[in-house]
Design a protein. Sequence first.
Length: 409
Amino acid sequence: MFGMSKKPRVVIIGGGFAGLNAAQQLKASRYDVTVIDPSPHIEWLPNIHEIISGVKKGDELRMNRSILVRRLGHSFVMQRAHGLTSQFVELDNGQRIAFDVCIVATGSVNNTFGVAGADQHALPMKSVEQCQVIARRLHRASLSHRTCRVTVVGGGIEGVEAFGEILRAYRHRPQFEFTVVDSADRLLSHCPGNLDGAIRGHTDRLRVEYGLGKEVEEVDAEGICFTDGSALESDITLWSGGAAPNPFLAQAHLTDAPGQWADVNGTFQSRQRENVFIIGDAAQPQGMALSKQAFHAIDMGKAAAQNVERLLAGKALRDFTPSSKPQVVTFGDLDTFMVFRDFALSSGVLGAAKEAIYTLGLWQLAPPKNGKDLLHSLDLLQKSVRRVYLPTVNPLALLDKLPKSKVLS
Ligand SMILES: Cc1cc2nc3c(=O)[nH]c(=O)nc-3n(C[C@H](O)[C@H](O)[C@H](O)COP(=O)(O)OP(=O)(O)OC[C@H]3O[C@@H](n4cnc5c(N)ncnc54)[C@H](O)[C@@H]3O)c2cc1C
């Protein structure tokens, strides 16, 4: 089937964490690789919440996808894919791109769970641009003396990180009142350790309320209605409810019905077509309960690309073994947690670890080409650690206020 004399054609749909890592693994000398993505930039999503407080700017979290792909010797097509057969991808502009093997890495989309009014009245925070919109709304409200009620819907990792950034920038402004809402009865309910208690401890004396164990029924311009009949007035509502499957999966017939993640086996091959691999957030590998995380997407990208090489070489494919890595969760300048499988650590100094992950992640995507490049990145890391984290430890008088490191189990 793959005994062609020309280089085998590999098309990667979606140039995010998973797709670009797959592209990095496939060498241009051996494969004719095309990456398709409608957006010109790859965004470093794990840090986009920092745009909300202004400690990071959009440009620091975006890289030009075309440059990254071309540096690898591959082609980049800036289009959205809307259909897929076992031989070609159909693009929004009507073009068809033929392939021998295709890797689908289209990620996830914002999940509003069909809540009425959520798409119109709540602000999503899944991209640099969306976080810039939130930052502008908050900044504008800070210029007025009118009371501004800010609500974060979603007390998972993304919601808590965004809430931390809001508090970093606005907790001392008297016109702001804050509420976090979640259907779970505690914050970060999927994380080990009593992180809920740790976070609430930091907000005891602030104008912060928690609406936990409550299901949102509707969002409108005035606020939120809950299924128990209660309501909450809200001027700025952020939505951080989680991830839903990208509609492309159903359009491409990679799922049985719309709204499903794509089932794959341990080698990432789709159940429907042996020359289509699905990775990253989009995939639901059989028998593995993987969280939708960048580090899994990166590992899947590499593993799937190796299987693509094996398939093209007629060799047996290998099953993926997920790694387990600790995750750093920041709570603005108030605390930082490192979450392991069954316990968590809390320490203000861990914030520098998140900065290091951010810089190393950028290096991994765009490796420094020379000494000058490397120095530039190190300089950026140093500046960024200073700007984001040193305000909490400097001047020395503030040192006592730094939360003490502790194990939360
Ligand atoms: C706010 C936020 C904070 C996060 N924080 C963390 C964290 O701290 N740690 C962590 O590990 N993970 C974190 N994550 C999760 C992590 O970002 C995702 O798990 C990861 O991005 C998944 O990688 P992916 O390649 O599957 O998808 P993505 O990185 O989302 O890439 C998907 C790509 O597919 C493209 N695409 C979509 N549809 C099409 C189409 N039809 N045709 C062509 N291209 C298409 C998109 O434009 C996008 O570039 C966070 C996510 C968010 C949103």
